[in-house]
Design a protein around this ligand. Structure first.
Ligand code: NDP
Length: 465
């Protein structure tokens, strides 16, 4: 065969990736379980069809690719990936490469990469962010697995990736599950960014009684400042959207129950495994879970009266600074979690490169990430303690504290923003309250504690003889 690469799964993401590759001069052999879809896809590809080869079986697919081959899987995560690997390997040569580009759980990717290493065959697990539009016009790509295999396909992946000032957003993050792990943390941060924005929207809508158009105008303005980001940009557009059925603002008729495919939840779960504190991300995941409990929330309102009362919401500039503070703290937690995972899994994750790969193509792309990349390059401490961000945080914290305090007094649920405040206060309190926890643990379980004046030895209290 002569195709430079193969791709399996012509769903939303696979079709867009194949077109992106073809558009960048890469010939692609494509295969889809439902054959009709394969032909419809190639027939509908217009002038790009020349670079696409439709195949009707995995055998034909493999035969259509020039060796050493590379095949991208863009199928639903889980058993379907294992199933494809099991069916592909016997058809492939030893140095043929399988690339899982779906949203795999990074633990599955670790397992599959290990199996591939044991068999002496190359394997990559890559996180692809940016949805359909990103996949078609330039996603952010977080690579993991066999480093030599990455080098082999890097020309294709960097060609199709989003560019930030010309720099491709496609980076090798480390061995086995590193790429999919970074993608998971990206999604956790995405949940948190979205939740903090939704909380500010709630204060404007219910606390201030602002119109959807006014809220839209405010977010549009913020998109021109330090909060410039894809999520703030689309927030303005979502606020401004009108109901096609004519009922007025579209948001007013959207049910307040958030869906999730679970990648943000994975981040919270993995954070617990790593003992990495990410309270803003956890609050965002919990908020989605609470949003699903619509009936229970209605029963709560009937029993206790409604929350989210009108109040004197701080001014726009204060809200903006509150969101800036929340964002810095959330990203600081995310990068700390990455650095913890890097140590635990022996990955050597390149934190500044991660900030860079998120600057374009992905959902959390923002102006601030550019500064974060610099801060993470210049300092090996936590983002919130690094020079520029420590100063920004110091400046913005009073606003966040004020917004959260007043919101809570008026019965508004602001779990992510409040989580950011308590994280900040915890992480700037050298003498905390865990002395009490240690006292309690020693009392009931004889677990022992360290003494401030006699470190290095286990001590016990006088609770028992
Ligand atoms: P779609 O549902 O649009 O497409 C799924 C594809 O997988 C189809 O080609 C389908 O083939 C094929 N498929 C499904 N089940 C099987 C099976 N049992 N055996 C063989 N082929 C099967 O999914 P997406 O393109 O949205 O997602 C693909 C991957 O990309 C997932 O891992 C997803 O999490 C990830 N992803 C998705 C993003 C998004 O925004 N949608 C963003 C980033 C990652 P058929 O036509 O025969 O049904």
């Amino acid at each position: 065969g002569t195709s430079r690469i193969g791709l399996i799964g012509l769903g939303t993401m696979g079709a867009a990736l194949a077109l992106n590759m073809a558009n960048n001069g890469v010939s692609v052999a494509v295969y889809n379980r439902t054959t009709q879809r394969t032909h419809d896809f190639v027939d509908g590809a217009g002038e790009l069809a020349d670079r696409l080869t439709a195949t009707e079986s995995l055998e034909d697919l493999v035969a259509a690719i020039a060796p050493p081959r590379a095949v991208v899987l863009m199928v639903p995560a889980g058993d379907i990936v294992d199933d494809h690997i099991a069916r592909l390997r016997p058809l492939m040569d030893k140095d043929d490469l399988i690339i899982d580009a779906g949203n795999a759980n990074f633990r599955d990717t670790i397992r599959r990469a290990k199996a591939a290493r044991d068999d002496g065959v190359p394997y990559l697990g890559i996180g692809v962010s940016g949805g359909e539009d990103g996949a078609r016009h330039g996603p952010s790509i977080m690579g993991g697995g066999d480093g030599a295999a990455w080098e082999r396909v890097a020309p294709i992946l960097t060609a199709i990736a989003a560019k930030h000032d010309g720099t491709p957003c496609a980076t090798y993050m480390g061995p086995d599950g590193a790429g999919h792990f970074v993608k998971a943390v990206h999604n956790g941060i995405e949940y948190a960014d979205m939740q903090m924005i939704a909380e500010i929207y709630g204060l404007l809508r219910d606390g201030r009684g602002a119109s959807y158009d006014d809220i839209a105008a405010l977010f549009e303005r913020w998109d021109g400042g330090p909060l410039q980001s894809y999520l703030v940009e689309i927030t303005a557009k979502v606020c401004a959207a009108k109901d096609p059925r004519g009922a007025g603002p579209l948001l007013a008729v959207i049910e307040d129950t958030a869906g999730q495919k679970g990648t943000g939840r994975w981040t919270a779960i993995e954070a617990q495994h790593l003992a990495a504190p990410v309270p803003v991300i956890e609050a965002a995941v919990a908020a989605r879970n609470m949003s699903a409990l619509k009936d229970r929330r209605a029963a709560g309102e009937a029993r206790f009266g409604a929350g989210a009362q009108a109040f004197d919401v701080p001014g726009d500039a204060t809200l903006e600074r509150a969101l800036i503070a929340g964002k810095i703290l959330c990203y600081s937690q995310g990068f700390d979690m990455l650095s913890r995972a890097s140590a635990d899994f022996d990955w050597s994750l390149p934190l500044p490169e991660i900030a860079k790969v998120w600057r374009a193509g992905c959902i959390i792309r923002s102006a601030m990430l550019d500064d974060m990349a610099d801060a993470l390059t210049d300092s090996d401490t936590s983002l919130m303690l690094s020079g520029g961000f420590a100063n920004r945080l110091e400046d913005a914290m009073p606003a966040l504290r004020d917004v959260v305090a007043r919101a809570i007094a008026a019965g508004h649920a602001v779990p992510a923003l409040a989580g950011a405040v308590t994280y900040f206060d915890t992480m700037r309190t050298a003498r905390g309250t865990a002395d009490m926890i240690q006292g309690q643990r020693d009392f009931f379980g004889w677990h022992g504690f360290a003494r401030l004046d006699d470190a290095g030895r286990d001590h016990h209290g006088p609770w028992v003889d």
